[in-house]
Design a protein around this ligand. Structure first.
Ligand code: SF4
Length: 579
């Protein structure tokens, strides 16, 4: 008969964190050692950059621990050791045949039904050492229960050997803590498929980059964001919290309830109130809050999430290099102009005659000339531009082409819009700050929505939107968000907007005029938001990585690919092209 723990033994098993409190350096969590043994990149992302993603696997692991039968000899026990430099929480401690045994529960399967996985083994060895030090008893055995294949693997513990293994792991963990660069992705592709941080790590995209495109990328990045974006446009409305629900109070006295966990972000337009409790809830649950002015100008936002200093330092170092800024600017400008050209070619082709008028042909040739000039601008050629008597820096040369192409593109829009000359939406060139006609009001409003999404994506990735490469900090807008936006202006707003105009979806009643300024009113804003948000949900095939995902997710994906430009796997950012 197996001995039960005595009350006295139970009393000694109290949680304590004295070691944590008396050391200058934080103790390494045993779960962090588990991550380290699984994949060094995973350890770095979680423990050094402090990125945590609670995916379905993590939640089902938590549920498993909730469901475990809490018999008389099962405890959830927190222990720490300054000598070992670790701390952790043991699932369960049993007394069997007079000896204490560490017992862990795992949701998955054992290794071939025969042994424990190396990361699980290291974890229980570390627990055995903690338990041994705390109780003064020698721990000779640890059990790991694998629920998926219903197996219990027993591990013999030799305290000397265990201490050597754990000590080596702790040392490696400290080495990695002081590194600025992420370790390489694991060689075991199989491990990535079940890794909760794959959407952040993008291992398949890195392998694709290393193998120079000679590989079919398996999509580990989520195709869609299941959480909703809620825009509040009614002036005087307010939003409060009731338990885990948001409650929206409208000015006519009605109210609407929204389950908090289903919301990805709240966008408050103009005079809309939000309670402090709501803001706390959003911050705690990774829900973005964005404030836009009545006119659609981005005022600011709350984007919770980790802001690892390593990512910022890497970004500042990289974007302080003029050569890298020039390369990125050239690629971004090329992407923008090529997409403008593709769209113009598609939208101006007269299907009956398979031809275009002369002015359009001339404009198209100018766009092609800009693409040719930028395409040939590799390292040496860029230097030549710098040395010519133009007095221009190569980056200004690129910006110059980008600016000219933009003016040509907007000059061609009236040919794409199916409008009578005197139509209230007739477009005669871009103007802003403030917009002076309805079409420009719509353009500006849509770009503000896109800007908000680009700021949010950069912050979610942990980049500083203030530090860009093509745009310089001349305005209140974040330069890196403006850079990222340039990839999406045409795809996410111009194309659906022009489609809606040509389908006659707009009326004069959607606009408000103040002096020479034109704004979208509440109805107009709702219409624009609906067009923009629907477009974001559309799926498309990423032209470089060749897997499909929503446009909404593409914004974050491109922000992550941008970060890889200085993370050792360059060449994937700004490959977006209209098909
Ligand atoms: S996705 Fe793969 S390489 Fe990246 S952290 Fe996870 S296991 Fe490691």
């Amino acid at each position: 008969m197996e001995a039960k723990m005595t009350d006295q033994t139970e009393d000694t098993f109290q949680s304590f964190h004295h070691a944590e409190k008396t050391t200058d350096e934080p103790l390494i969590r045993v779960m962090a050692l588990h991550a380290l043994a699984y994949c060094e990149r995973l350890y770095y992302l979680e423990e050094v950059e402090e990125i945590r993603v609670a995916d379905a696997n993590v939640y089902s692991g938590r549920r498993l621990h909730d469901k475990i039968d809490k018999g008389p000899d099962i405890y959830s026990l927190e222990l720490a050791s300054e000598r070992l430099g670790i701390r952790g929480k043991i699932d369960c401690v049993k007394r069997r045949s007079g000896e204490l045994v560490v017992s862990e529960h795992k949701k998955g399967k054992s290794n071939k039904g025969e042994e424990a996985w190396p990361s699980d083994r290291l974890q229980v060895l570390a627990y055995a050492l903690l338990l041994g030090e705390h109780t003064g008893e020698q721990i000779n055995e640890a059990h790991i229960r694998y629920h998926a294949d219903n197996r219990t693997i027993k591990i013999r513990v030799s305290p000397e050997e265990a201490e050597k293994e754990v000590e080596a792991a702790v040392q490696r963990a400290w080495q990695l803590r002081s590194a600025l660069q992420r370790p390489p992705v694991t060689a075991s592709e199989y491990q990535c498929r079940t890794c909760s941080l794959a959407p952040v790590c993008l291992p398949e995209e890195e392998r694709f980059s290393e193998e120079q495109g000679d590989r079919k990328v398996q999509r580990l990045f989520p195709q869609d964001d299941e959480r909703r974006v809620i825009h509040l446009v009614e002036q005087g409305a307010s939003i409060r919290k009731d338990g885990e629900q948001f409650v929206i109070y409208l000015t006519d006295g009605t109210k609407k309830q929204l389950p908090g966990r289903q919301i990805g972000s709240l966008v408050l337009h103009g005079n809309v109130q939000i309670s402090t409790q709501c803001i706390h809830f959003c911050a705690a649950n990774n829900i973005g809050v964005h404030w836009l002015s009545f006119g659609g100008h981005y005022v600011g936002g709350l984007q919770p999430g980790s802001g690892g200093v390593q990512r910022r330092v890497r970004q500042y170092q990289a974007l302080s290099d003029p050569g890298l800024c020039r390369q990125l600017t050239r690629r971004l400008a090329l992407a923008k102009i090529e997409n403008q050209l593709r769209y113009i070619l598609r939208a101006t082709r007269d299907k009956k005659q398979d031809s275009r008028d002369k002015e359009t042909e001339l404009a198209i040739e100018q766009l092609r000339a800009s693409i040719k000039a930028l395409s040939s601008l590799d390292g040496d050629a860029a230097q030549k531009v710098e040395n010519e008597d133009t007095g221009k820096e190569p980056i200004d040369f690129i910006r110059g082409h980008e600016g000219i192409a933009g003016r040509i593109y907007f000059s061609l829009l009236p040919r794409i819009l199916k409008l009578a000359e005197d139509d209230f939406l007739a477009f005669d060139g871009r103007n802003r700050r403030p917009p002076r006609d309805p079409f420009n009001a719509m353009l500006s409003f849509g770009y503000a929505l896109l800007y908000k999404d680009c700021v949010a994506a950069l912050q979610a990735v942990g980049l500083d939107p203030s530090f860009g490469f093509m745009h310089t900090p001349r305005s209140a807008a974040y330069p890196l968000a403006l850079d990222l936006m340039d990839l999406f202006r045409l795809i996410l707003w111009d194309i659906p907007l022009i489609g809606s105009v040509n389908r006659k979806q707009w009326s004069k009643d959607d606009f408000a005029v103040t002096g020479k300024q034109v704004w979208l009113n509440a109805d107009g804003r709702r219409k624009a938001i609906s067009i923009y948000e629907s477009r974001k949900q559309e799926k498309w095939k990423h032209p470089v990585l060749n897997y499909s995902l929503s446009y909404a997710r593409t914004i974050e994906l491109e922000a992550r690919l941008l970060e890889k430009e200085w993370g050792g796997q360059p060449g994937l950012f700004a490959g977006l092209r209209l098909r």
